[in-house]
Write a protein that binds this ligand. Structure first.
Ligand SMILES: N[C@@H](CCC(=O)N[C@@H](CS)C(=O)NCC(=O)O)C(=O)O
Length: 216
């Protein structure tokens, strides 16, 4: 498989950033395709034919389309072992990393989604505001747990940077918008600065900016 033949479908401000950064860390020169949420492109027949979930990220490869952030991060770490983006040869450590990714995807991301996507869980618009009101406290509690039970520092799993780092960084960037006072998480703010200093993060941001500007 050759990453030059792959296309990552993404949108600004989404969890797809984690995969984009991971691919930049791996030095994988994939093509990028922006999905325009403003016009509902994620639900267009053409996009649904590609990814029936109607979400980003989606990575189209020669062997088909891969979806779901934890699976994509595992794929990048395993497809580019020389980049050392995860303990792919250590079954226990690898499972532990998958557990962290699963927690981010199934609990943290879902807690955040209650802010804009209440209609997924209830047809009663009156229930959307109470769901939204709970987002800040749920996100704060999730990051308290991460800081207590997962975080090792200076990276999520200690001295070795892994694909867990862009995932935590990406979801952590949502906190202020969710009404969480991040001053309570100095370890996270320091991690954010370390992430922003990485060439791969700067490369991913520059690529996305260019993509957005090209579409404007
Ligand atoms: N479980 C999926 C969730 C993907 C997801 O919900 N992505 C959001 C952006 S962060 C999306 O595409 N939302 C579009 C929509 O809900 O219409 C994953 O972890 O990749």
């Amino acid at each position: 498989m050759d990453p030059r033949n792959w296309t990552l479908h993404l949108a600004p401000g989404t969890c797809a950033q984690a995969v984009h950064i991971a691919l930049c860390e791996a030095g994988a020169p994939v093509r990028l395709a922006r999905v325009d949420f403003a016009s509902g492109q994620q639900r267009s027949p053409a996009y649904l034919a590609l990814n029936p979930l109607g979400r980003v990220p989606a990575l189209v490869t020669e062997r088909g389309c891969l979806v779901e952030t934890p699976a994509l991060l595992a794929f990048v770490a395993q497809a580019f072992p020389e980049a050392r983006l995860g303990p792919v040869d250590d079954a226990h450590a690898w499972a532990r990393q998958q557990a962290f990714h699963s927690y981010l995807a199934s609990t943290v991301h879902v807690a955040h989604a209650h802010k804009f996507r209440g209609a997924r869980w209830s047809d009663d618009p009156a229930s959307w505001e109470p769901m939204k009101a709970k987002v800040g406290s749920n996100m704060r509690e999730a990051f308290e747990l991460i800081g207590r039970d997962w975080w090792q520092g200076p990276w999520v799993f200690g001295e070795q940077y892994t694909v867990a780092d862009p995932y935590l960084y990406t979801l952590g960037e949502w906190l202020e918008g969710d009404g969480v006072d991040t001053a309570a998480f100095p370890w996270l703010l320091e991690h954010r600065e370390r992430m922003r200093a990485r060439p791969a993060v700067q490369q991913a941001r520059a690529q996305l900016k260019a993509l957005v500007e090209a579409a404007a």
